[in-house]
Design a binder for this molecule. Structure first.
Ligand SMILES: Cc1ncc(COP(=O)(O)O)c(C=O)c1O
Length: 475
C-alpha cells in the first residue's frame, strides 16, 4: 500500500503488463535487449539476463571473428571428431592439476608422455610434462638447461652470471621470450640470404662454456623445413670429444614432432642423436588436438633438474609438479589420449600422408599457374604446407596477393618477410591440414591465380587494405 505522501502509482506500461515469462518468450522470438542497447563493456551490468539472452549476445559478436577452417595461417587444430568433442565436453569440469582427486587423468598424462618418449626413440625410462603448448614446454625445457648448466659451472668453481643460449633466426619468438624473461643472453645465428634454416657451421662459433644449450627447429614456422639437426649433433659430439664442452641440444619439434615420425621415420632428429636431451611438441598442432596442449619430453630422468620439481602434500598424498601454470582443464589431455588410441601409428601416418599429398598438389597448381616460385623442393623434408613467393617482376607483392585473397573469398593466408639476413624475402604460406581437402585446395589454387589476374589489371592495393594482412607466422 502506498503511504499517505507518496504519489499514486502510475498505470503500468504495456511491457510491464506482460509477465516475465511472456517477455522471455518474446525475446526468444524477436531477440533481446542488446538489439537496442550496447553490450556490457566497462562494468558488470546491474542485473543479469536469461541464459538464452546471454548466449545470443556472445554468439552474435562471434560472427565477426574469422572462420577457423579458412584460417590457413594457423598450425593449430580446428577440427576434431564428434566423439572427441563429446569427450571434451564431458571433461570440462575437471581441474587436471588436482591429481589427488583425479588420479586417472594424471595416469593418462603419464601414458601420453611414455608413448611420446617411445615415438621419439628415448633410450629407456624417462620423464616429461604436459603443458599448455610448446611455449610453456620450451620455457620449462630451457629452464632445466639453465639449472643444469649452473650446477656444472658451480661444480667446476666457475662464474654463473653470464648464461647464453644459441639458436637460429628461424626459431619461434618464444625462444627470445625465454631469454628475456629468464635472463639468458640470446645468441641468434642469422639466416643466409638464400638458406632459411641453420646448420653446424653457423652455430659452432657462438658456443662457449657459458652456453646452456643449443636449440634446433624441426619444422620452422617460416617455411616448414628443419635445421640440420644431424649436423649440429655431430658438431656437438666432436666438441665434447675435443674440448670437453658437453653442450645439450634441445629440439623444438612444436610442429614437426607429430609429422617426422610418420612421414620421415628414417630421418634422425630425436633421441637417436646423442646430444638431444629434450624435445617439445604441440599436441594442438599436428597432434590433432584443439588448443592448448603441449608436451616436453626428456631423454633421461636426469635431464630434468630436480630443483625445478615442486613437491606438495595434497590431501595426504605427495604430489610433484613441474609447470609454469597450475590449474588447467584435463579435456585436452584426454583428447590427446583419445587420438593416440583412435588413430594409432598407422592412423597418424595416414592423416600426415593425406595432408602432404594435398600440399604437394596445391604446390604444383600454384607453380603451374606461373606467378610463383615454391620455397624448397619436393624431395626436402617439410611440414605439410606450401610456402611460396612471387617469381619475376610484378606491379604488386605478396602482401597484395594475401589482401586480395582475403577480400575475394575470406581466405586467411599470411604474408611476411623472413628474419635477418633473409629479410628481403617475402613469403606466403598455406597450412594444408585435415580441413583442406582436394576440393578446397583446388578452389584455393584457382583463387590464388585469379587474385594475380585481378592485381595484374588493377595494380597493388591501397595501404589500408595491405594492413589487414596477417603477418604473424607462429600460431
Ligand atoms: C617451431 C615453433 N616453436 C614454438 C611454437 C609455440 O608453440 P605454442 O603455440 O604451442 O605455444 C610454435 C608455434 O607455432 C612453433 O611453430
Amino acid at each position: 500500500m502506498p503511504g499517505p505522501h507518496e504519489p499514486p502509482p502510475r498505470a503500468p506500461t504495456a511491457a510491464e503488463r506482460l509477465t516475465r515469462q511472456q517477455i522471455e518468450a518474446l525475446e526468444g522470438t524477436y531477440g533481446n535487449r542488446y538489439l537496442l542497447e550496447p553490450a556490457p563493456d566497462h562494468k558488470l551490468p546491474k542485473d543479469g539476463m536469461s541464459a538464452e539472452e546471454a548466449l545470443g549476445l556472445v554468439r552474435e559478436e562471434m560472427v565477426l571473428d574469422g572462420l577457423p577452417a579458412r584460417n590457413l595461417a594457423t598450425f593449430v587444430t580446428t577440427w576434431m571428431e564428434p566423439e572427441a568433442d563429446e569427450l571434451i565436453q564431458e571433461s570440462l569440469r575437471v581441474n587436471f592439476i588436482d591429481h589427488a582427486e583425479y588420479p586417472q587423468s594424471a595416469e593418462i598424462e603419464q601414458r601420453c608422455i611414455r608413448m611420446l618418449a617411445d615415438l621419439f626413440n628415448a633410450p629407456g625410462e624417462t620423464t616429461g610434462a604436459r603443458t599448455q603448448g610448446s611455449s610453456e614446454a620450451i620455457m620449462l625445457g630451457a629452464l632445466s638447461l639453465k639449472w643444469k648448466w649452473r650446477a656444472r659451472m658451480e661444480a667446476a668453481g666457475k662464474a654463473t652470471d653470464r648464461p647464453n643460449l644459441v639458436f637460429g633466426g628461424d626459431v619461434h619468438v618464444v625462444w627470445e621470450k625465454f631469454c628475456r624473461y629468464f635472463d639468458v643472453e640470446p645468441r641468434i645465428v642469422p639466416l643466409s640470404p638464400d638458406r632459411y634454416t641453420i646448420g653446424p657451421g653457423d652455430v659452432e662459433g657462438h658456443i662457449d662454456e657459458n652456453t646452456i644449450g643449443v636449440a634446433a627447429v624441426l619444422g620452422t614456422t617460416f617455411t616448414g623445413h628443419a635445421d640440420d639437426i644431424v649436423g649440429i649433433n655431430e658438431m656437438l659430439v666432436a666438441m665434447k670429444a675435443e674440448k670437453g664442452l658437453d653442450v645439450p641440444l634441445h629440439v623444438d619439434a612444436a610442429s614437426g614432432g607429430f609429422v617426422w615420425p610418420f612421414l620421415y621415420p628414417h630421418s634422425e632428429w630425436d633421441f637417436r642423436l646423442e646430444q638431444v636431451r629434450s624435445i617439445n611438441v604441440s599436441g594442438h598442432k599436428f597432434g590433432l588436438v584443439y588448443p592448448g596442449i603441449g608436451w616436453l619430453i626428456f631423454r633421461e630422468k636426469a635431464d630434468l633438474c630436480e630443483d625445478l620439481v615442486f613437491y606438495e602434500n595434497y590431501l595426504g598424498k605427495r604430489d610433484a609438479t613441474f609447470t609454469l601454470n597450475f590449474s588447467t582443464g584435463d579435456a585436452m589431455v584426454l583428447a590427446q589420449y583419445y587420438n593416440f588410441a583412435r588413430l594409432g601409428h598407422s592412423g597418424y601416418r595416414y592423416v600426415m600422408e593425406t595432408m602432404k599429398y594435398n600440399a604437394r598438389t596445391l604446390a604444383r597448381e600454384i607453380e603451374n599457374a606461373g606467378d610463383f616460385e615454391i620455397i624448397g623442393s619436393e624431395d626436402q623434408e617439410q611440414l605439410p604446407l606450401v610456402a611460396f613467393k612471387l617469381a619475376g617482376q610484378h606491379a604488386y607483392d605478396e602482401f597484395d596477393v594475401a589482401a586480395q585473397l582475403a577480400a575475394e573469398r575470406g581466405w586467411m593466408v599470411p604474408a611476411y618477410t623472413l628474419p635477418p639476413n633473409a629479410e628481403h624475402v617475402k613469403i606466403m604460406r598455406v597450412l594444408v591440414k585435415e580441413t583442406l581437402g582436394h576440393t578446397l585446395t583446388t578452389a584455393l589454387g584457382a583463387d590464388i591465380a585469379q587474385a594475380c589476374r585481378i592485381l595484374d589489371a588493377k595494380g597493388g592495393l591501397h595501404p589500408a587494405e595491405r594492413k589487414r594482412v596477417k603477418t604473424n607466422t607462429g600460431f
